[in-house]
Design a protein around this ligand. Structure first.
Ligand code: URA
Length: 261
């Protein structure tokens, strides 16, 4: 898949037209990319492409910020802190536009996306989109099979059971175990509280994946731009998920798409 943004969104970002009107312009052949008319809705464009609308060259919009930070423990996930603790802003290049997408606890390290693309941020955080997050937790003690099954099925927190989680015990010893857990909710201190509820307090917690974004070898406190492949993968999160109508679940598999794109 070519990395880039959908042409209608690009034209909307340039202030040329609403996305709907942009679609009309595209279909009637009024839009050219690098000198060639495009009529297909869903065409992708890059900020480096030359775009013309009705013979007029369009100035590209300012590129949105998409940065990945490996937040270290001991840093707050905000741009400013009234208590003067270290903030994520201190890790970013001076003048960066954007804010963290979601939050990690003060004591949690790992993947944090910084962007000024509010639409994408909302989608990534909306429960309906169920973006998966993977954490590597060092916990006290050894987990039994039954406890792993409980984590997998869901743990009641504040009277509401957590959604099923994927759980993998990486290593297990009497004093301390390492567990990889993947959840798609974002409840307050969710992972810590899930383990606490089982009597295995978390000793250290790192988020290793946020949707398609992986921590990899990024050093603690380091920042990097997203790769074209990661940007393309995030683009897919902009589209509404396919849902099945409640009454038809497990019977006729007729997908329904909801929301706007
Ligand atoms: N769950 C937690 O307990 N803490 C985090 O920072 C993220 C998920």
């Amino acid at each position: 898949m070519k990395a880039g943004i959908r042409l209608n969104r690009y034209l909307a970002q340039c202030g040329i037209a609403s996305r709907r009107h942009a679609d009309e312009l595209i279909v009637k052949g009024a839009v050219k990319i690098n000198g060639r008319a495009v009529r297909e809705l869903g065409t992708l464009v890059n900020y480096a492409d030359d775009v013309e609308v009705e013979g007029r060259v369009i100035r590209p919009p300012r590129r949105p910020t998409y940065l990945l930070v490996n937040k270290p423990a001991g840093v707050v996930t905000t741009m400013r802190d009234p208590e003067s603790r270290r903030t994520v802003a201190e890790l970013l290049p001076h003048g960066t536009r954007g804010v963290p997408v979601g939050r990690l606890d003060y004591d949690t390290s790992g993947v944090l996306l910084i962007t000024d693309d509010g639409e994408l941020a909302n989608r990534l955080l909306h429960p309906r989109f169920g973006v998966e997050k993977t954490y590597r937790a060092a916990v006290a003690g050894r987990l039994s099979q039954a406890e792993v099954a409980k984590l997998h099925r869901g743990i009641p927190l504040d009277g509401v059971r957590t959604a099923p989680a994927k759980v993998r015990v990486v290593s297990s010893a009497r004093e301390r175990s390492i567990v990889e857990i993947t959840i798609h909710e974002g409840r307050n201190r969710q992972v810590r509280r899930m383990f606490e509820a089982l009597g295995h307090p978390v000793l250290a917690l790192t988020r290793t994946r946020f949707g398609p974004l992986r921590l990899g070898a990024l050093a603690g406190g380091a920042v990097r731009s997203l790769t074209p492949r990661e940007l393309a993968a995030l683009e897919r999160h902009r589209r509404p998920p396919v849902e099945f109508p409640r009454s038809k679940r497990n019977t006729t598999r007729t997908p329904v798409t909801r929301g706007t794109s």
